[in-house]
Design a protein around this ligand. Sequence first.
Ligand SMILES: [Zn+2]
Length: 86
Amino acid sequence: MQCKDAQKQLRAFSRGELPVDIRRTVNEHLSGCVACRLKLAAIDDVAGVLAAAKMPSIPVGVSARVLALARQRRNAEAAETWNLMR
Ligand SMILES: [Zn+2]
């Protein structure tokens, strides 16, 4: 495997998405190639930074309020439709 082929697989390799045989080939290439190992390290870093910079979690209770509001609205629409049909 050449560097350009290995580097095409690095993103999927980093996410563990490669089939076993391709993963093994990439692994063999990486064990003998510093340049591709550095690329992989950079990809892993980016993935780590993105994971750390995730959106703050939604405060407790917000999703429940949104759900309640959606339910109210749906019930109101249903009632309206029902009244039109009668
Ligand atoms: Zn390489």
